[in-house]
Design a protein around this ligand. Structure first.
Ligand code: DON
Length: 571
């Protein structure tokens, strides 16, 4: 087993020093030498089986992750696929490596992409269900780049499980059926998709129906045999022409945009939390920084002693969220276009200063962004609604390498455009809709070739000996970093299993508005939280969709979100 601390010299600055560290280290379950063929956690058992089949062939975690990403394109089309993008965090012999397969805006895109002549946001249909929202898909480029470095099983073989699912068919489960109903406008936007998922009466095919997607099987076969060039070179024109024809105004996608797409290796964001090391995704995702800040700001509190039944814990967590998200709105965007002060934002001294804003006895009136080292003057707004267009999967292989991969089409069924048997993303709506606020350019404004800011937070946690103990991530737009930080606290501070930690309630502060889940233990704490100065709790239906692998003395615990598990049936 490799020792990532020893291999991460370049990140020593980020992980060393623990200013403000008062709480005693919390012991994890004894470090266990995990002997196994590996483990897989995904949001769908058919995708899990695809990953396990590749591991059984001697595949690496990277191989299995690619097979999972492809299988999810078939069985969970509402959430992710080769028409979208994603981020992969890998831990192996090279230490922690991250790949960015985020979609890019066409070169001709401008800051006013989503605004009408009067500067008002375009109507929803024009903005989202059209080529305007579609970024150049990145998942296949990411997969190819990761496979070139870390693949053991031949590229074409990784497509076999997904091809079988698309060609031979898969059963419609309750989740997909629900998504097809609730996001029918997008899901049924094209004739092609209606023929696959909807009956003659216009309703989604019933739960239990065998669904076949032969056109997707053919697309997979082309990419399997010819490699990513089948999408980004020989396939570039057809994809761009289709999207351009569906784009109602200037700024259309071109074949040159598709040809010039490149997945990128990025620096991981690695920080310390108590005795642990937490590694996640840097910009264009805000996920790694937000998780690091939320945890770091809470380090001085004895969370284990408070526990999840105490309103005091949730108060501290809400305050930490508000501080972290204030920074996120201002600083996080595509670092190829704007300066993002990542090192400053996760610097232990800066985090300690931000943590000092947390008053255990009262909610702060306003959480303002801070001024970390290297901060440029720019603001960003954020308006991503939590939907179901994302999926996370965690994989560990027989050699102990881990992959944490979050993949998305943004909203459920993305833009609703359906090409080659798969849905195309609407990722460009993750850009800020306004290019400037009060005359100050927004960091996350639309620009040609730029990647929209993300919240996705694929994360890997190491113990004090450098062993991987948790591989985790989530779906749910801006709630993602909160779900991930909450679940990490559940495992590390509360000593929970991964399943228990994923099952903890979601509570999140959007400015002064607080959302939580109806009927949850936190919803019952409304009076205590209000006595601490928090506003009214807005109660929402259960939401959360995280997946994780946790090291135990007996092997890997593979955990899925209990909220999702309830929806995977065929009745
Ligand atoms: O990258 C992002 O942050 C969003 N596109 C993720 C959207 C999402 O998680 C939707 N739902 N599950």
């Amino acid at each position: 087993m490799f020792r990532p601390y020893a291999l991460l010299a370049p990140f020593a600055l980020l992980v060393s020093g623990c200013a403000g560290y008062n709480a005693p280290p919390v012991a994890v379950s004894e470090p266990a030498p995990v002997a196994s063929q590996g483990a897989v956690s995904t949001a769908d058992p058919r995708a899990t089986a695809a990953g396990e089949a590749i591991l059984a062939q001697g595949g690496s975690a990277t191989d299995a992750a690619i097979a999972v990403m492809l299988a999810l394109t078939v069985v969970e089309p509402q959430s992710s696929g080769i028409g979208g993008g994603g981020f992969m965090v890998l831990a192996g012999d090279d230490g922690v490596v991250t790949f960015d397969g985020r979609e890019t805006a066409p070169a001709a895109a401008t800051g006013a992409r989503f605004l009408d002549e009067d500067g008002e946001p375009l109507p929803y249909t024009e903005r989202v269900i059209s080529g305007l929202s579609v970024g150049i898909p990145g998942n296949i480029a990411l997969a190819a780049q990761a496979h070139e470095r870390y693949g053991k099983v031949p590229w074409a073989d990784l497509f076999a499980p997904a091809i079988a699912l698309a060609r031979d068919g898969f059963l419609m489960n309750r989740r997909l059926n629900d998504s097809l109903s609730s996001a029918a406008e997008r899901a049924s936007n094209t004739e092609a998709a209606r023929a696959i998922f909807f009956g003659a009466d216009g309703a989604p095919l019933p739960v239990g129906t065998l669904i076949k997607v032969p056109e997707l099987a053919e697309t997979f076969e082309r990419i399997a045999s010819r490699g990513p060039s089948a999408m980004y070179e020989t396939g570039a024109e057809a994809l761009a022409d289709y999207v351009a024809a569906e784009t109602p105004r200037d700024g259309r996608m071109t074949a040159a945009d598709v040809r010039s797409y490149a997945a990128k290796e990025r620096d991981p964001v690695c920080t310390r939390y108590r005795v642990y090391k937490i590694c996640g995704m840097g910009p264009p995702s805000s996920g790694g920084v937000a998780v690091a800040q939320m945890l770091g700001q809470l380090e001085r509190f004895d969370l284990a002693q408070l526990g999840p039944q105490s309103p005091q814990f949730w108060h501290l967590f809400l305050e930490s969220q508000r501080i972290a998200y204030a920074d996120r709105e201002v600083y996080l965007a595509d670092q190829d276009f704007v300066e993002v002060p990542v090192a400053g934002l996760v610097d232990p001294a800066y985090i300690a200063a931000r943590s000092a804003l947390i008053d255990p006895g009262a909610a702060m009136a306003n959480a303002e962004p801070g001024v970390p080292q290297g901060a440029p003057l720019a603001r960003a707004d954020g308006n991503e609604p939590p939907e179901s267009g994302t999926t996370h999967f965690s994989i560990v292989d027989a050699e102990g390498n881990a992959v944490s991969y979050t993949s998305t089409v943004e909203g459920a069924f993305g833009s609703g455009l359906h090409f080659g048997g798969f849905y195309l993303n609407n990722e460009l709506t993750d850009f800020s809709s306004s290019p400037a606020i009060n005359g100050v350019p927004v960091a996350n404004r639309v620009e040609g070739g730029k990647r929209p800011r993300s919240s996705m937070a694929p994360t890997i946690v190491f113990d004090q000996d450098g062993e991987i103990i948790l591989v985790i991530g989530a779906a749910g737009g801006p709630t993602i970093p909160v779900q991930v930080a909450r679940s990490i606290i559940g495992v590390l501070d509360f000593g929970m299993t991964a399943e228990e930690a994923l099952g903890l309630p979601l509570i999140m502060a959007f400015g002064s508005t607080i959302i939580t889940e109806e009927g949850s233990s936190v919803a019952a704490m409304a009076d205590e939280l209000q006595a601490l100065g928090h506003g009214e709790l807005r109660l929402l239906s259960p939401r959360g969709k995280a997946n994780a692998l946790r090291r135990t003395p007996d092997g890997w615990e593979s955990a899925g979100d209990p909220r999702v598990a309830a929806m995977l049936g065929y009745e």
